[in-house]
Design a protein around this ligand. Structure first.
Ligand code: HEC
Length: 193
C-alpha cells in the first residue's frame, strides 16, 4: 500500500488555517461596519446626554448616563451582532476597565494622536486569536470635547452639584482631569469569527 505523503495531509490543513484568516479587504469591510455601529452609539448617547443636560442640568444628567449608556450599548450590540462597550484606563463605570487588547489599542491611538493625527478619526483593528477562536477587534477613540468637561474636566472647574453626584454614584471615579482633544476612552467592538 502506498503511504500518503505527509505533504498531502499537511497542506489542506495549512490552507484551511490560512483561509479562515480574513483578508485585508474583508477586515476593512468589518471595520466599516464597526465604524458605523460606533458612530450610532456616539450619536445616540450624545443626543440623550444633551437632552438630559437641557432638561435636568448636568448633575441630573449623570443618572441618565448611568442608566442609559450601558443600555444603548447593549441594544446596539443586539441589533448589530457585535459586542459594543465603552472602556477607559481612567474608568468611571466600574465595568469600564479595558482588557489587555483595549489598553494597548488606546495607547497606540494616543501615540498616533501625539504624532499629529486628528483625534476624531483615530481607529484601529485586528484579528486576534483566542482560546475560543478568532475574534475581530476594533477600537475607536472618543476625543474629549468641551461638553465632556462638565463631567470629566479638571475637578476645580466641575460644578459642586456635579461633583457631589459623581462622588455619590461613583466613589471610585478616575474619569476627571481631562482637557479638550485628549482621548477619554474608546468604543470597543468585538465580533467572533
Ligand atoms: C452629564 C455628565 C457627563 C458628560 C457631559 C459626559 N459624561 Fe462620560 N460619563 C459620565 C458618567 C456618569 C459615566 C459612567 C456611566 C457610563 O458608563 O456611561 C461616563 C462614562 C464615560 C465613558 C465610559 C468609560 C468610563 O470611564 O466608565 C466614556 C468613554 C465617556 N464617559 C466619555 C465621554 C465623552 C467623550 C464625553 C463628551 C462627549 C462625555 N463622556 C460627557 C458622565 C458624563
Amino acid at each position: 500500500m502506498r503511504k500518503t505523503p505527509w505533504i498531502a495531509l499537511g497542506l489542506p490543513v495549512l490552507l484551511a488555517g490560512c483561509a479562515s484568516v480574513p483578508t485585508a479587504e474583508e477586515q476593512a469591510a468589518m471595520a466599516a461596519d464597526a465604524r458605523k455601529a460606533s458612530g450610532a452609539l456616539v450619536q445616540q448617547l450624545g443626543g440623550e446626554l444633551r437632552a438630559a443636560i437641557g432638561e435636568k442640568g448636568a448633575d441630573g444628567a449623570i443618572g441618565v448616563c448611568k442608566e442609559r449608556a450601558p443600555r444603548i450599548a447593549a441594544d446596539l450590540s443586539k441589533s448589530s451582532g457585535f459586542k459594543i462597550t465603552r472602556v477607559s484606563p481612567k474608568n468611571r463605570n466600574p465595568a469600564g476597565v479595558p482588557d489587555a487588547w483595549e489598553a494597548q489599542a488606546q495607547a497606540a491611538l494616543e501615540k498616533r494622536l501625539a504624532a499629529g493625527e486628528k483625534p476624531d478619526t483615530l481607529e484601529t483593528w485586528e484579528v486576534v486569536k483566542t482560546t475560543q477562536g478568532k475574534v475581530f477587534r476594533y477600537a475607536k477613540a472618543l476625543p474629549v470635547q468641551p461638553l465632556c468637561l462638565t463631567c470629566h474636566g479638571d475637578p476645580a472647574t466641575i460644578a459642586d452639584g456635579v461633583k457631589a453626584r459623581l462622588a455619590a454614584e461613583y466613589p471610585f471615579d478616575k474619569a476627571t482631569g481631562y482637557a479638550p482633544g485628549m482621548i477619554r476612552g474608546i468604543v470597543s467592538i468585538q465580533r467572533p469569527l
